[in-house]
Design a protein around this ligand. Structure first.
Ligand code: ZN
Length: 496
């Protein structure tokens, strides 16, 4: 049995804080706030239980009566995020703490109402404007406020109120102008900076928004966390990911952090992949239908070299119908790195089927076949790339190696020779071609190549290979010299 609140209790709780979130530092206006932008109306308030409505809930107090549990004293009006937050942690959000939040919020509402009532007294136009604004007749409210401003041109709050009506229209340009006048007349009012920050945010002037939010925080705004939240979003929108993360972490420390999505993206953009993985995991656990999070987490795993985890996410995506080419491609990269080449072959084949124009994928497919020791197929795909782009040295080198592995030494020599024509100072190419000449019993040419390799990089293995050529030719003294030289360079070489 849950002791729920009656409609009367809910309405009372709501109006006692003039429909703001009572959570310390939030004070979100629940008739005009949403994640899409500060001026979108979407969020609705929640009457949360200070002590749970039923046994097993947070802060449940068995000594309370049913009436007390469903009474106004036990109801705190909050935004949905904070209503959820206080029910996750009763160590942090004790009964006493929530009662204090409720009292502070009601005090704040009274103060604000006091300011408004003082301004209302100025003229009938203000009262009319205020009522019209509440009824969302913003254009008419603006006309009334304008009349009042004619009578009291030095009253900052009137410009602030007119700014709010413009903001709700929405007409951010005029909202900004009015807030600016209010700030000139009353430069220490944090709320004016905060509201102008929102106006800047709405027309994507994020740097200006950040400046105003910072000023509001410096002046000690009571809705500090809400202000920090939007500053973090502004930093993010302005590509200052590090600063966004810092603000989100202040919110996190305060227990007022809710925007995992923006923080996750900020971590990702800032290349903090480990942290991004944790946030994307939270997001996935709370909404397993959101495939975007899986995609970002998979990439984060890939960047962290956690290939098995990345494969698991890409597989989930693909099996659930999110079969973008990039998912197959990235999974193939993971398989390649884990040396699961036949699976890489499968994924690269799929990539090519869907996107047959990108030559790079043929090269990768060739490499995967090479990994499978299927050199004939590897050669086929390398050849495809080289036909279109004969200058691709990396691909030619791979094909030369595949030819060599497949005992096509003549073809391998042709490829190595073309590479050496382009790049004449790499010992590896000479050594590889020398090996092919050796297999074909063309010892003179092999000796030439090993000599060239030795000139570039005098390695023990090159002396041994040349020594073997001399041996085959019957020049045992030259062979003996080379073997000795090799021993001198590397006494522990495995070929002795
Ligand atoms: Zn809140």
């Amino acid at each position: 049995m849950r002791d729920n609140f009656s409609k009367t209790v809910l309405d009372t709780a709501k109006s006692r804080v003039s429909n703001h979130c009572s959570f310390e530092g939030c004070w979100k206006s629940l008739s005009a706030a949403s994640e899409e932008g500060p001026n979108k109306v979407s969020n609705i308030g929640v009457g949360a239980h200070i002590c749970a409505a039923a046994p097993g809930g947070k802060r449940y107090d068995p000594s309370m009566t049913k009436a007390e549990r469903g009474g106004i004293e036990n109801c705190i009006w909050m935004c949905q995020d904070h209503a959820r937050l206080i029910d996750t942690d009763e160590v942090r959000f004790t009964k006493e703490k929530l009662i204090k939040m409720k009292a502070d919020a009601e005090e704040r509402a009274k103060d604000e109402l006091g300011i408004i009532q003082a301004v209302l007294k100025l003229s009938d136009h203000v009262g009319k404007g205020y009522e019209l604004h509440k009824k969302e007749r913003f254009a008419e409210a603006i006309l009334e406020y304008s009349e009042a401003i004619k009578q009291y041109p030095d009253c900052a709050e009137l410009y602030h109120m007119r700014g709010n009506s413009y903001y709700c229209l929405p007409d951010c340009e005029n909202a900004y102008k009015n807030y600016s006048i209010a700030i000139t007349l009353s430069p220490r009012n944090a709320k004016y900076y905060y509201d102008r920050g929102d106006a800047f945010y709405c027309f994507h002037r994020y740097e200006d928004a950040i400046k105003d939010y910072s000023k509001a925080i410096d002046l000690g705004i009571y809705c500090k966390y809400e202000c920090l939240h939007w500053r973090a979003k502004a930093y993010y929108a302005n590509s200052n990911y590090k600063m966004a993360i810092d603000d989100f972490n202040i919110l996190f420390e305060s227990g007022s952090f809710t925007d995992y999505e923006t923080r996750a993206n900020a971590y990702y953009m800032n290349k903090n992949y480990k942290e991004a993985i944790l946030d994307f995991t939270t997001l996935i656990e709370n909404s397993n239908e959101n495939w975007t999070f899986f995609g970002y987490r998979a990439s984060s795993y890939l960047f962290c070299f956690k290939y098995n985890e990345a494969i698991a996410d890409y597989t989930t995506l693909i099996e659930n119908g999110n079969d973008q080419v990039e998912f197959f491609e990235n999974r193939a990269i993971c398989y390649n790195n884990l040396q699961c080449y036949s699976l890489a072959v499968r994924d690269y084949s799929e990539v090519i089927k869907r996107n047959p124009d990108n030559l790079y994928h043929y090269f990768e497919l060739g490499n995967a076949y090479y990994g499978c020791a299927n050199f004939k197929e590897a050669i086929k795909y390398y050849s495809f790339v080289l036909t279109a782009n004969p200058q691709n040295i990396a691909c030619r080198f791979s094909r030369a190696n595949a030819y060599q592995e497949n005992d096509n030494f003549k073809n391998a020599i042709d490829d190595f020779s073309m590479i050496i024509n382009e790049v004449s100072d790499n010992d590896i190419y000479y050594k590889k071609r020398g090996e092919c000449y050796y297999e074909l019993e063309r010892y003179v040419e092999a000796i030439c190549d090993f000599t060239k390799a030795i000139e570039i990089e005098p390695k023990a293995s090159y002396y041994i290979k040349r020594g073997k050529c001399y041996q085959k030719k019957g020049s045992s003294e030259l062979a003996f010299n080379d073997f000795n030289k090799a021993k001198e360079i590397d006494p522990a070489h495995s070929d002795f």
